[in-house]
Design a protein around this ligand. Structure first.
Ligand SMILES: [Zn+2]
Ligand SMILES: [Zn+2]
Length: 269
């Protein structure tokens, strides 16, 4: 079966990407995708870090992506996206980045909460995971209220590391209300959430978020849903999309959103 789309993935325009943007586009074509959005990282609070300075790659992408769109327009519908990490950590920079380029699609993600490193690097024997999850969901709610992105990236991101890698069980019950509040705010602001299928190829073994949350979002009135593999190389592109579509269908979705010029276009599933 052809993979119809992938709306979250990275090229070498990201610090951790392995293949060039053009290689990723060619792989998407090879997989038979009709719709494809590349969403390289734009980590606001790491923007000026010396190990990866974002200014130039982000500027380059604004030239590379429109050129690739044009070059392959007869073979694939390509969109220029970005994964905006920690947008609230430097609003001046975030606003400059939002005003400077014509993105088709913005994923809003939180890879690290204020005052802490990426969840990937934290030592959970020193920091209480339940406490961290509490401040994580508070920050997601603040992001949803701010509202200047299109789809909320991997809602359950910290669980990839806490539960998947470190095997520390967590009680999600204390966050039920705030997650509902995040969903209601996203819906009110005409935004969406994503099913990130990277978890299927990692220790956690589930999509981020998994069925339960996708269903809850739908039950609260959520209509805008995107799906992405979060591939960081050609080999992972499109992985888990078919499973993501099945989860979406089971939760009651009949269409998936593809953003063009920041507006959702719906694709039947
Ligand atoms: Zn991410
Ligand atoms: Zn990503």
């Amino acid at each position: 079966m052809n993979i119809p789309f992938d709306f979250h993935n990275h090229s070498t325009q990201s610090p951790d990407g392995e293949n060039s943007a053009e290689e990723m586009v060619l792989r998407a074509i090879e997989l038979g995708m009709k719709h494809y959005t590349l969403t390289d990282h734009l980590e606001i609070n790491k923007f000026f870090d010396e190990e990866f300075l974002y200014e130039e790659p982000v500027r380059q992408s604004s030239v590379i992506l429109p050129a690739l769109k044009e070059k392959y327009k007869d073979r694939i519908s390509l969109q220029y996206g970005v994964e905006l990490g920690q947008p609230l950590h430097d609003m001046e920079l975030t606003n400059r980045m939002l005003d400077s380029y014509n993105y088709d699609f913005i994923i809003g993600s939180c890879h690290m909460v204020r005052g802490y490193d990426d969840f990937y690097f934290l030592d959970y024997t020193e920091i209480d995971p339940q406490f961290l999850l509490g401040i994580y969901f508070e920050e997601l709610l603040e992001m949803a209220e701010w509202g200047q992105f299109d789809s909320l990236g991997h809602l359950t991101y910290p669980l990839r590391y806490i539960v998947g890698d470190k095997k520390i069980p967590v009680d999600m019950e204390p966050y039920r209300n705030i997650i509902d509040e995040i969903f209601r705010t996203i819906i009110k602001n005409d935004m969406g959430i994503e099913i990130n299928t990277s978890g299927l190829r990692q220790n956690i073994g589930k999509t981020l978020p998994d069925f339960e949350y996708v269903k809850r979002y739908r039950d609260l009135g959520g209509k805008i849903l995107t799906i992405g593999s979060d591939a960081h190389c050609c080999a992972d592109l499109g992985k888990g999309i078919a499973e993501g579509i099945e989860i979406a269908k089971s939760a009651g979705f009949t269409e998936i959103a593809c953003f063009k010029a920041r507006n959702p276009h719906f694709i039947k599933i």
